[in-house]
Design a protein around this ligand. Structure first.
Ligand code: CDP
Ligand code: ZN
Length: 165
């Protein structure tokens, strides 16, 4: 009897406050909008949720433990770099990405024009084909912090697999 593959599911969530005149970067894609994320880093909610999802799947804690936002070296850090540090550790431990599903919660701007580009960029960062990455968007129905355009949120689930040797 051959050994079977090992599977792990992980969940990530992130929130950033929105302010006038800041950069809005979602899934590594620069979005043209008058509001942007308040953050030490580039405030990429989707990549932060994705990084946490990988850490969660592997039982490796959370992004704040790996990259404390008090550390000066992480000021303005590119979220793609933080993701790649975690991802490379996962690869080194023999894990592969099976698939990713995510939701970005934003009242505005309309993200449908960017969804494909975001999914493609996330797939590129994860080194998987684009059909393994799905990105969805939801408004806040004009209620709550998302609906009032005070904040942006993201949720991600990821499935990791380790094939038998
Ligand atoms: O229709 P429902 O109430 O389920 O969702 P919604 O939050 O009103 O969003 C409707 C659709 O708009 C979503 O399914 C997304 O495809 C799109 N959307 C978007 O493109 N950009 C956003 N920031 C939010 C939603
Ligand atoms: Zn974040």
């Amino acid at each position: 009897m051959g050994e079977s593959a090992e599977w792990r599911v992980g969940l990530g969530h992130d929130t950033h406050r929105l302010e006038e005149g800041r950069r809005l970067v979602i899934g590594g894609v620069e979005i043209d909008h008058h509001l942007g994320a308040v953050a030490h880093s580039d405030g990429d909610v989707l990549l932060h949720a994705l990084t946490d999802a990988i850490l969660g799947a592997l039982g490796w804690g959370d992004i704040g433990e790996w990259f404390p936002d008090t550390a000066a070296e992480h000021e303005g850090a590119d979220s793609a770099e933080l993701l790649s540090k975690v991802l490379n550790r996962a690869f080194a431990a023999g894990w592969h990405i099976n698939n990713v599903d995510g939701i970005v919660f934003a009242q505005k701007p309309k993200l449908s024009p960017y969804k494909e580009q975001i999914a493609n960029r996330v797939a590129e960062l994860l080194q998987v084909s684009a059909e393994r990455v799905n990105v969805k968007a939801k408004t806040g129905e004009k209620v709550g912090p998302v609906g009032r355009e005070e904040a942006l949120c993201a949720e991600v689930v990821i499935m990791l697999v380790k094939k038998p040797e």
